[in-house]
Design a protein around this ligand. Structure first.
Ligand SMILES: Cc1cc2nc3c(=O)[nH]c(=O)nc-3n(C[C@H](O)[C@H](O)[C@H](O)COP(=O)(O)OP(=O)(O)OC[C@H]3O[C@@H](n4cnc5c(N)ncnc54)[C@H](O)[C@@H]3O)c2cc1C
Length: 249
């Protein structure tokens, strides 16, 4: 799939959690975007005079069946130029130019013998939501999927309703959440297992030995990815080819 430039319009914005917002960009009916779940686009934002300093990439968070309305889930980073633009300036009706789709962070076509472990923190969940919605909507066969999501507080759990629904409806789908700063977690408040701490303890405990059918997909910021890659390669002895990641920055 070749990328090209698109002119889109912001049609909806919604707060998803403190400091995280969902944005919906619409492209004209005659210009559907053929993308694979897990891919991203690169937006040209009016945040700098130099073209290359205006570009920021964002993972598509909706499923590929929706080709004219793309959803993005974006965190506000303190002092970030794009962050300030998204949270303080962008309005419904504004135009956003982007190129895409791009990226190789996609699942194989045949998942029937794959055990997928998807590990993310914060808005790193975006490509996994796209992949999981795709699997759910197209009934793609898979062996097992374990989504491990990490954030600081319970209020920061993104797309909670989607993943609760998948826990109920998709066989062999597991959803675990790690909250690093939430004190006094009450398990009865959640329909899925919640741990105090970081994502790392969850996959390290759940997958003590590497197996050829186990694939780890990691998405988020470098602090999480660096630790996870080191854990899986060095402490668990996983094959490099079984570890796939998308680094946000
Ligand atoms: C393929 C790809 C997909 C991406 N998808 C998404 C997505 O779906 N959602 C999303 O929210 N972001 C995503 N990103 C990150 C995004 O492209 C921007 O880097 C991010 O929005 C920050 O841009 P900015 O202009 O606000 O910050 P910049 O001005 O570029 O960044 C500088 C500021 O951010 C701070 N900063 C940098 N890294 C961190 C960090 N890890 N934690 C805290 N502060 C930090 C710096 O201290 C500095 O103040 C993706 C990145 C890539 C490469």
């Amino acid at each position: 799939m070749a990328w090209k430039w698109y002119d889109s319009t912001v049609v909806r914005m919604e707060d998803a959690a403190p400091g995280v917002r969902r944005f919906w960009l619409q492209v004209p009916e005659q210009e559907p975007i053929e993308f694979k779940a897990g891919q991203f686009v690169t937006m040209d934002l009016p945040i700098h005079e130099k073209r290359l300093k205006r570009w920021r990439s964002y993972s598509i968070a909706n499923s590929p069946t929706e080709k004219n309305l793309l959803e993005f889930c974006i965190v506000r980073l303190e002092g970030g130029a794009a962050s300030d633009y998204f949270f303080d300036q962008l309005k419904v009706g504004d135009a956003v130019r982007f190129k895409g789709p791009d990226g190789n962070f996609v699942l194989p076509d045949d998942l029937s013998d794959r055990e997928l472990v998807l590990v993310c923190t914060g808005t790193g969940v975006a490509p996994f939501r796209s992949m999981l919605l795709d699997i759910e909507q197209r009934n793609i066969p898979y062996k097992s999927i374990h989504l491990i999501f990490g954030t600081r507080y319970a209020a920061g759990i993104l797309y909670r309703e989607d993943f609760e629904r998948m826990t109920r409806n998709m066989p062999h789908f597991r959803y675990s959440v790690a909250l690093s700063r939430e004190a006094g977690i009450r398990p009865e408040d959640f329909a899925f297992p919640v741990f105090q701490g970081y994502v790392h303890q969850i996959y390290m405990d759940a997958y003590p030995t590497p197996r050829p059918e186990l694939d780890f997909y990691l998405c988020g910021w470098s602090n999480m990815i660096d630790d996870a890659v080191a854990n899986l390669l060095v402490k668990r002895g996983c094959e490099k080819s079984r570890i796939h990641y998308e680094l946000y920055g």
